[in-house]
Design a protein around this ligand. Structure first.
Ligand code: ADP
Length: 720
């Protein structure tokens, strides 16, 4: 009797395919194999094995088992679970999980080995080299350095045949973290949280805790102590620390290295492929204890995962919006459940979903009382732009400029926060009134002065800023409307020409190390005024920063989606929380046209609980998350009529479900992207409904014609 293997391929296919296992090939679930698909061999993963043969329809035969690490069973289970949750095909989730395995191998390096032959002329230098070659596998130059000799000595021994060169694939080696390396003395509130986490991780069971404390209260310190306790108990344990943005990983990597005397592995899309491969193999080979990464690190093949930390858990960047769509924070909890390990969600402004779980006792709720040491929260004032507006064409109001002058005069730092990249969010023609859009999308082009280009932030389309209006041809008629960070920087420079001013946004900072350098310059007080988007508003410590000016506090409220108020509150609380971290009191000024708005009032009063309570009441009344569930279907196609016809049939195909309401189809707010028209459905369901299954059932009933694409987004964060 032969054997049949179900093999999942990392591509958008509806299911795993069956293959005949050739005689003599020993396989196990999780093995990576080469499977024929059409004329090609594709890397896939065995998800099931059973005895049997293909019957009257012969199956294709697997080519071979790859000599590469298998996926651990829990990783495989997680991939299948994630796909089900996202109402997507499992191959899409597998594709993320194999990203490291599929990356090219690092180039082999040449290593010196002793052949066993004794040197003809055994001088002390030559003997040292032979000894050193026996102790470690080193490249020729490193061997010479280790033995304290010149390169010539090594070369002579190679020529003589005492040593030989062998090619070796470099493997990533991570030094074992030392749990007692630099343990801090925790304050009582931090120690209480650490003890609670210790008790939790000691059980070795799946449990979730919310670590809730204002910025600067020491959440990072506490979760690093939780990691230390886990590693002290079990040196084999693996710890995963997830951060919402690549820019933040650098700071946490530095703190992990300082705390444990050993650098962790780093994982995100910015890592070069060969290094990605090394990290993937080190994690699966159990040679790496701590990983700091972005959301995709959740898909790594951990062997002994004992603790997952999701830092800044409220951050909407944990939501992956293209390709395989998932919410990293929610999947972290799912992975914790599958691995039977502890999960810590840390935030100063937890998401309402997490708060609700803490309130109902599903998650443990650990609150850190206040800022560490003498640092205290900044005073927050609202600047009513109706009463004290900036001059025309300016964006900083007189009270903010005054506060900046005072701060600079005291030798302290200012952060101007504006969550808008570029110079101006809109360029219009004053002759014909047209707003400049990308040729195939209906979103505005953003002016970037550094590059002199107009850029579509949605699609990446860009063009040089034209001299004449592309619509009416009028010359010199284009005007820049509204501010982006570059424009605020320009204004700050004209107000304070002597001050050291820098901009931090994803357009001005290209790689995480450069970002880190700017952050360090800010930490050392070498920048007086930093103009930044949210990239710098989160997670950093600037001891000499005492003023935060929020240029447009109303910005996030205008979107009008489910989380607009929540997100605005979180972002502004984070941004204002940057001020006054050490011994100097800080101040935050929020420029707003709506000082009476509940978000502004809650920020001013620093009353997070009141804000959340009001917001939760509204959500409950409407049956919205966290009290109900949402999913979206986004349907797009190049032809408006065909799209209309298809969404009508799709609406009719929606399954009937108890406790499920389907809204739409409606034009998406971004109704044209890259030449494709877009429509949306929104589905609301009661909490008990398996909304993923509902969406999958709906998808199974429709057959989108060729050019129409249906994307399902379970728990949507973007409503555009
Ligand atoms: P959070 O993560 O809550 O924003 P951090 O852990 O970054 O807070 O702590 C804020 C600052 O205070 C950091 O510079 C940190 O090193 C310092 N700090 C916090 N707790 C302690 C402690 N117990 N001992 C020494 N320094 C601490």
């Amino acid at each position: 009797m032969g054997q049949i293997a179900s093999v999942l391929l990392p591509m958008p296919l509806p299911e795993a395919f069956d293959y005949d296992v050739p005689d003599g090939l020993e396989l196990a679930v999780g093995d990576q194999v080469a499977a024929p698909l059409g004329p090609r061999l594709i890397r896939g993963v065995v998800t099931a094995l059973r005895d049997g043969t293909g019957g009257n329809r012969p199956l294709k035969v697997l080519a071979e088992r790859l000599d590469e690490p298998p996926l651990p069973p829990a990783t495989l289970e997680f991939i299948l679970w994630a796909a089900r949750y996202a109402a997507d095909v499992p191959g899409a989730a597998l594709s993320i999980a194999l990203r490291g395995a599929r990356a090219p191998q690092p180039r082999p390096v040449r290593i010196v080995e002793a052949t066993g032959l004794a040197p003809g002329r055994p001088t002390p230098a030559r003997t040292r080299v032979v000894e050193a070659a026996g102790q470690a596998r080193l490249a020729p130059a490193d061997l010479a350095r280790a033995a304290g000799v010149s390169g010539g000595v090594v070369k002579a021994l190679l020529d003589e045949g005492v040593l030989r060169l062998v090619e070796e694939r470099p493997v990533a080696r991570f030094h074992a973290p030392d749990p007692v390396f630099a343990a801090p003395a925790l304050n009582p509130s931090q120690a209480a949280a650490r003890d609670a986490l210790d008790r939790m991780t000691a059980t070795g069971d799946f449990q979730v805790a919310l670590l809730d404390g204002v910025t600067g209260s020491g959440k990072t310190e506490v979760y690093l102590e939780a990691a230390a306790a886990v590693l002290a108990r079990d040196p084999e344990a693996q710890v995963l620390i997830l951060l919402p943005e690549i820019a933040l990983t650098q700071a946490v990597i530095a703190r992990v290295a300082a705390r444990f005397g050993a650098a962790p592995a780093e994982w995100h899309s910015g890592i070069a492929p060969p290094q990605r491969r090394r990290v993937w193999e080190a994690v699966s080979g159990d040679r790496c204890r701590i990983v700091v990464g972005a959301r995709s690190a959740l898909f790594l093949p951990f062997q002994h995962l004992k603790l997952i930390v999701v830092d800044e858990e409220h951050d909407s960047s944990f939501k992956q919006e293209d390709g395989f769509i998932y919410q990293g924070r929610d999947l972290a909890v799912a992975r914790g459940k599958i691995e039977n390990c502890a999960v810590v969600l840390a935030s100063a402004t937890p998401s309402l979903e997490t708060l609700r779980n803490a309130e109902t006792g599903r998650y443990r709720w650990l609150r850190l009382a206040s800022r560490h040491g003498t640092a205290r929260l900044p005073d927050i004032d609202l600047v009513d732009l109706r009463e004290t507006p900036p001059d025309t064409g300016r964006w900083l109001s007189p009270p903010l400029v005054m506060a900046m002058a005072e701060t600079w005069g005291r030798g302290e730092q200012t952060l101007l926060f504006l969550n808008r990249r570029g110079y101006a969010p809109l360029v219009l023609c004053k002759a014909c009134g047209e707003r400049l859009c990308a040729p195939d999308s209906d979103s505005w082009l953003v002016e970037h002065r550094y590059s002199g280009r107009l850029v579509c932030h949605l699609t990446g389309f860009s063009m040089l800023k034209p001299k004449a209006c592309p619509y009416c041809g009028a010359a010199d008629s284009l005007v820049s409307i509204g501010p982006g960070v570059e424009r605020v920087e320009e204004e700050a420079r004209s107000l304070f020409p002597e001050a050291r001013i820098a901009v931090f946004s994803s357009d001005t900072i290209f790689d995480p190390r450069e970002g880190r350098r700017l952050i360090e310059a800010m930490e050392r007080g070498e920048i007086d005024i930093l103009v930044a988007t949210q990239a710098a508003a989160k997670g950093h410590n600037f001891p000499n920063l005492t003023l935060v000016g929020v240029v447009d506090a109303d910005l996030g409220l205008r979107g009008g989606d489910l989380r607009a108020a929540e997100r605005t509150y979180q972002l502004l609380a984070q941004a204002t929380g940057r001020a006054g971290r050490r011994d100097r009191p800080g101040r935050a000024l929020l420029q707003t046209y709506a000082p009476e708005h509940p978000v502004m009032q809650a920020l001013k009063a620093q009353d997070r609980d009141a804000f959340n309570a009001a917001e939760l009441d509204e959500r409950e009344a409407a049956g919205l998350p966290p009290f109900g569930r949402l999913a979206a279907a986004i349907v797009s196609g190049p032809d408006a009529q065909a799209l209309d016809a298809f969404v009508r049939t799709m609406a009719q195909a929606a399954p009937n479900g108890e406790g499920v309401d389907v809204f739409g189809p409606a034009d998406a707010p971004l109704s044209l992207i890259r030449g494709r028209r877009r429509k949306r459905f929104l589905v609301r369901a009661d909490r008990g409904v398996d909304l993923s299954a509902y969406m999958a059932a709906w998808r199974a009933r429709i057959r989108p014609p060729g050019q129409i694409r249906v994307t399902i987004d379970v728990d949507p964060y973007s409503f555009l």
